[in-house]
Ligand binder design. Structure first.
Ligand code: SF4
Length: 296
């Protein structure tokens, strides 16, 4: 069919995921049981590959029944209660929390300490997806004394969780690392408009720089192709955000999990097809899609 195919050079695993997957591979070579607390990466193909090498995914309830063993903490991080449980059960942890997430957790802890020492010191607000692993880890830093807010996109954007904020008190807002920078700006503006004293909104710029950079690059990439194939797992929140970005710029953007979901009837000879993905999409999967298209 002669398609012009380009893989987005900025797509592929982010540094945090690369580090966690490398650690898993290194430890799997020891041929001892290795458990990951939650999916190490939100990508089924990559998970299946690691499972074949011996990685088992467990949840916190299963971890609570273990008597020993080695558990890997993924890049999203965990609340302090998980570390306490591991200690209690004699479980060895391989902590792959991304350094960017660790810094964010520390910043939330420090801010919380400072504001609780002051009278009417304010409240912690986290812009993120409720019950997402990273958000659970962040909320756990302050014993759940934080309001989680989000934006639900539709005809009209809906600001979720606003009832949890006391607009008469200072607000210290942090973002989950993989959120859309534009949406973060929008929700901060909305909160500021409702606050009694607008000077009392303190915004922490905590979106991961790798993610923020991808937004800008991907916008240009989506614009210059006739078609976009966006590859990511269904549970990747970063994947949802980046795919929506592509679709808002190029209406011929299609979300796929793997090559079996490609509708080849869409393409015509000479069309340009851009292939890109989330921070949890491995490079080999993007190359697999490119290889498939080149044979059409
Ligand atoms: S997106 Fe950024 S903060 Fe999150 S794991 Fe990847 S590198 Fe770390």
């Amino acid at each position: 069919m002669n398609l012009n195919i380009e893989i987005d050079s900025g797509s592929g695993f982010c540094n945090g995921v690369i580090r966690a997957v490398r650690e898993a591979e290194k430890n799997l070579k020891k041929k001892q049981p290795l458990y990951s607390l939650g999916a190490i990466v939100h990508n089924n193909s990559e998970l299946q590959r690691l499972e074949k090498e011996g990685l088992s995914i467990i949840d916190i309830n299963t971890m609570g029944t273990m008597k020993e063993g080695t558990v890997l903490i993924r890049a999203h991080g965990e609340p302090p209660s998980t570390y306490a449980l591991a200690k209690e059960r004699g479980i060895e942890l391989i902590d792959c929390t991304c350094p960017v997430v660790l810094k964010l957790q520390e910043s939330i802890r420090n801010t919380y300490r400072q504001i609780t020492e002051r009278k009417n010191g304010g409240q912690i607000v986290i812009f993120g997806k409720e019950n997402h692993a990273e958000v659970n880890g962040l909320v756990g830093q302050v014993d759940s004394d934080a309001a989680v807010v989000d934006i639900i996109q539709g005809g009209q954007p809906l600001f979720k969780g606003m009832e949890k904020i006391d607009f008469n008190r200072p607000v210290y807002i942090f973002s989950q690392t993989t959120k859309d920078p534009e949406e973060y700006g929008r929700i901060c503006t909305h909160i500021r408009e409702r606050m009694r004293n607008k000077e009392e909104l303190h915004i922490f710029n905590t979106i991961c720089r790798q993610v923020a950079g991808r937004h800008a690059n991907l916008a240009g990439f989506a614009k210059r192709h006739d078609f976009i194939l966006f590859v990511s797992g269904p549970d990747s929140s970063n994947g949802k955000v980046l795919y929506e970005l592509c679709r808002s710029i190029n209406s011929r953007s299609y979300h796929i999990q793997n090559v079996t979901e490609i509708d080849t009837s869409l393409f015509y000879s000479g069309a340009s097809v851009g292939i890109c993905g989330a921070t949890s999409t491995p490079k080999w999967q993007l190359e697999e899609v490119a290889g498939y298209l080149s044979k059409l």
